[in-house]
Design a protein around this ligand. Structure first.
Ligand SMILES: Cc1cc2nc3c(=O)[nH]c(=O)nc-3n(C[C@H](O)[C@H](O)[C@H](O)COP(=O)(O)O)c2cc1C
Ligand SMILES: *[C@@H]1O[C@H](CO)[C@@H](O)[C@H](O)[C@H]1NC(C)=O
Ligand SMILES: *[C@@H]1O[C@H](CO)[C@@H](O)[C@H](O)[C@H]1NC(C)=O
Ligand SMILES: *[C@@H]1O[C@H](CO)[C@@H](O)[C@H](O)[C@H]1NC(C)=O
Ligand SMILES: *[C@@H]1O[C@H](CO)[C@@H](O)[C@H](O)[C@H]1NC(C)=O
Length: 395
């Protein structure tokens, strides 16, 4: 009888287990103890972790704007998976490892450009929803001040030229480095024109988004009739890659690589960089998390990590998420939504986010017993749960 009651309670609790988009780390409880009222922008000082910015943005953005940032494909199962999959890799903290030099290893070199940390701002459209006046200019300033990479989106609220004009001449590594994301267009002269503008703006690399062969199914955003930003796409093919390559001297990074086969093809083609991503789960439901893609590559073709530069994003919210991707061989990791949400604070928002993440990354890596972020021993990860599901190519 007693057992029955208990097991009933357990099943109720399990059934009610909410899907956790904004984990409860006490933000709302804390705010109730202040004079905060719902619908206000919380004080920036009360942002203690990356997910806090989503709560803050949800208070002040319109439903339509929030839906556009937050939306993902279809039932958003891949979106949830992006956030939850990290649990499949437990960390194995090794103690009594001297980590006092860790801070000096946080810098990273991406395509020859040095930055202060192995994470960056992913390209996302319509930053004006967060800050109508300054939009992406906040990302330019924050990434310059904190010396990290910014990847500007082709469909940004500001033009390529406005973003370029905002770049800082003096960062600790010289003039600010920005990469330019682009979608290809069925009318190729539009694509060639974007490439010309990116070159004129002194972008240091082109990021071609290859996971957008069509519009995508996004129920949450469709309710507000919010069009996809993907534009009109041509056939996305390796032939188009060759044509692009023939038109520009800039390195090209392929954004949206989701399988080891495509990673190997990119290596065969001599592609300078690949970006493991499911576009924040906005393109197709049940697409894999970059954690799984990185593991698939590590298990089938680990040489990929040596032969091309591997970036990743989708679902990264904590320092330990970054540690896991770096440990698998990824060079640097992006965040999309968190930066967009942080923009409701103007330049202070993304700046605080970067500072929070730098601290988390250092704390988490130190706690795990990592002395050098460039040489993370594989023994710090327990990947058994990924091994269960990993795709293995035929030998
Ligand atoms: C509002 C929004 C707009 C985006 N627009 C683009 C885009 O124009 N081009 C692109 O390659 N990726 C775009 N992305 C995807 C991001 O570059 C990135 O892959 C994704 O946000 C990472 O997942 P995360 O939001 O969980 O960090 C967008 C993402 C969001 C949230
Ligand atoms: C709340 O507001 C009142 C009145 O303005 C003020 O006296 C009090 O110090 C505030 N409390 C906090 C925690 O800020
Ligand atoms: C890491 O080093 C930088 C510069 O050397 C310093 O500003 C920062 O406070 C250090 N961070 C930690 C957590 O020690
Ligand atoms: C970039 O960093 C590397 C490794 O720390 C260093 O050897 C190199 O001199 C740096 N390059 C520039 C341009 O600062
Ligand atoms: C293709 O785009 C160019 C602008 O870059 C435009 O002038 C031209 O009319 C377009 N062609 C078609 C068929 O739409």
């Amino acid at each position: 009888m007693r057992f029955a009651v208990v097991s009933q309670l357990i099943s109720v609790a399990l059934a009610a287990r909410p899907y956790i988009n904004e984990p409860d780390t006490g933000l709302e409880t804390y705010l109730r103890s202040t004079n905060y009222t719902d619908g206000e922008r919380p004080l920036l000082k009360d942002m203690r972790g990356i997910p806090d910015f989503e709560f803050a943005a949800r208070q002040v953005m319109t439903d339509q704007q929030y839906a556009f940032y937050r939306t993902a494909a279809a039932g958003e199962w891949a979106y949830r998976h992006n956030l939850e999959v990290w649990k499949n890799v437990r960390v194995r903290p090794h103690q009594l490892v001297g980590v006092s030099g860790l801070n000096k290893t946080m810098g990273v070199t991406i395509l020859g450009h040095n930055f202060s940390a192995p994470f960056f701002i992913s390209p996302a459209t319509r930053a004006a929803y967060g800050d109508p006046e300054r939009a992406e200019l906040n990302f330019v300033d924050a990434s310059a001040n904190e010396n990290i990479l910014y990847v500007a989106a082709m469909y940004a609220s500001k033009t390529i030229e406005e973003i370029a004009a905002q770049k800082h001449n003096n960062t600790p590594n010289g003039p600010q480095v920005v990469f330019q994301q682009l979608y290809s267009n069925a009318n190729l002269s539009v694509t060639w024109d974007i490439i010309k503008r990116a070159e004129a703006a002194n972008a240091k690399a082109l990021v071609w988004t290859i996971d957008a062969p069509s519009d995508s199914t996004r129920h949450r955003a469709a309710r507000y009739d919010t069009a996809n930003a993907n534009g009109v796409t041509s056939d996305l093919t390796w032939d188009l890659y060759d044509q692009m390559k023939a038109r520009t001297k800039l390195p090209i990074i392929l954004k949206g690589v989701a399988t080891v086969e495509d990673a190997l093809k990119a290596v065969e083609k001599g592609v300078e960089g690949i970006w493991l991503s499911n576009h924040g789960a906005r393109q197709v439901d049940y697409s894999p998390s970059p954690l799984e893609v990185a593991y698939e590559i590590r298990r089938n073709a680990p040489e990929v990590f040596e032969k091309t530069e591997v970036l990743a994003d989708s679902g990264v919210r904590y320092g330990s998420d970054i540690v896991k991707l770096l440990a698998l061989g990824v060079k640097a990791v992006g965040m999309g939504r968190p930066f967009m949400f942080s923009n409701i604070y103007g330049v202070e928002g993304p700046t605080k986010l970067i500072q929070l993440m730098k601290n988390e990354l250092l704390h988490d890596a130190a706690q795990i017993g990592i002395a050098d972020l460039h040489n993370i021993p594989s023994k710090v990860l327990n990947t058994r749960a990924l091994e269960r599901d990993v795709y293995l190519m035929d030998n």
